[in-house]
Design a protein around this ligand. Structure first.
Ligand SMILES: *[C@@H]1O[C@H](CO)[C@@H](O)[C@H](O)[C@H]1NC(C)=O
Ligand SMILES: [Zn+2]
Length: 330
């Protein structure tokens, strides 16, 4: 019978994969165990923030605390550019306190922060941001280059997007980037893409959300990041991810790609915003473009994901609901 032989093939594939597994360097997987049984998962997303409280960073932080309390958030995702202008100078850089520990002080924000690195972070000591010493200083801090966060109904795939950008390598100007751990670049990128592709394929989660610093689709100042669009987006499409969350453009933005159905969510309004910096975009795809400061929350159940963007006064700028058929095979 067809069913029987295809089962046998499956078993053989599994055996083959196990046998050859050393060739697949899997991404590190963290697990978020829900503290609230049978409750939706609530997350808060902020990006492009570390400026010692200036450029409204403190006001954004204050409002995050209020909304975080109301929503009883499970954790925070940071989309990178954690410390301006040039990352951290080392594990003892006071910016860790001035831009993070002593800024996000609200009780509701005393949850794990899952951070990715942005291009500004790569201009400093990258190993410092990845160091467990920072987690000892503040237990909320979790930062890795690329990793998976398994939160049950949803899996988040954090991707290190900075090394994709050609001009940081070919035309760095007055900036120096800390590429230790990234070279040789071609091998790093191809391995990363392979790992993300593999992990997405393995995922049994109802929702698959990818997080990176750089834009894939954006009407903002930087616009689309062509390298990431060319190399990562085809994988996201093939693996049917629900959403891609990023920072880098200092705005709040929601684009629905009409072709793939993927939602592109920019939460880069953690401090300095770029007023009036917007390029034309298809009206039917651009659901929100806000050029001021703020942040985003996502509430996820098996069947629904509610996305809400807020300004610094806590005003709802945009709300959107994604739904998933419960009987749909993941
Ligand atoms: C702070 O936010 C307010 C309200 O959006 C805005 O008018 C003001 O320009 C912002 N200040 C800075 C320094 O970005
Ligand atoms: Zn950036």
């Amino acid at each position: 019978m067809g069913g029987c032989s295809s089962q046998r093939v499956m078993v053989m594939v599994v055996v083959l994969l196990l046998g050859t597994s050393p060739s697949i360097a899997e991404l590190q997987k963290l697990k978020h165990t829900p503290t609230k049984a049978d409750q939706p998962l609530n997350i808060l997303v902020v990006g492009d923030w570390g400026r010692q409280g200036t450029y409204n960073q403190s006001l954004v932080a204050y409002q995050m605390g209020i909304v975080g309390e109301k929503q009883n958030i499970d954790f925070v995702i940071s989309t990178g550019d954690n410390f301006y202008d040039d990352g951290l100078t080392g594990v003892d850089d006071p910016a860790f306190y001035d831009s993070f520990v002593n800024i996000y002080t609200a009780p509701s924000l005393q949850k794990t922060w899952y951070n990715v690195l942005g291009n500004h972070d790569y201009r400093g000591d990258v190993e410092a941001q990845l160091s467990p010493i920072l987690t000892q200083k503040d237990s909320r801090w979790v930062c890795m280059r690329s990793f998976i966060l398994d939160a049950g109904i949803v899996e988040f795939f954090f991707v290190d997007t900075t090394p994709f950008r050609d001009d940081y390598f070919t035309d760095p100007g007055e900036h120096t980037y800390d590429w230790s751990g990234v070279l040789p670049r071609d091998a790093y990128l191809s391995e990363l893409l392979k790992d993300v592709d593999f992990a997405l394929g393995q995922s049994k989660a109802k929702w698959k959300i990818v997080v990176g610093h750089h834009t894939i689709k954006s009407a903002g100042h930087h616009g689309n990041t062509v390298e990431v669009e060319q190399q990562l987006l085809p994988i996201l499409k093939a693996k049917n991810v629900d959403a891609y969350i990023n920072g880098h453009d200092h705005c709040l933005e929601h684009i629905v790609d009409t072709e793939s159905g993927i939602h592109f969510l920019t939460s880069g309004g953690g401090s300095k915003a770029w007023k009036g910096d917007i390029k034309p975009w298809k009206k039917e795809e651009l659901k929100l473009y806000y050029d001021g400061q703020g942040f985003m929350t996502v509430q996820i159940t098996e069947s629904k994901a509610d996305i809400v963007f807020y300004d610094i006064y806590g005003k709802v700028l945009h709300a959107w609901s994604l739904s998933k058929k419960l009987n749909n095979a993941a």
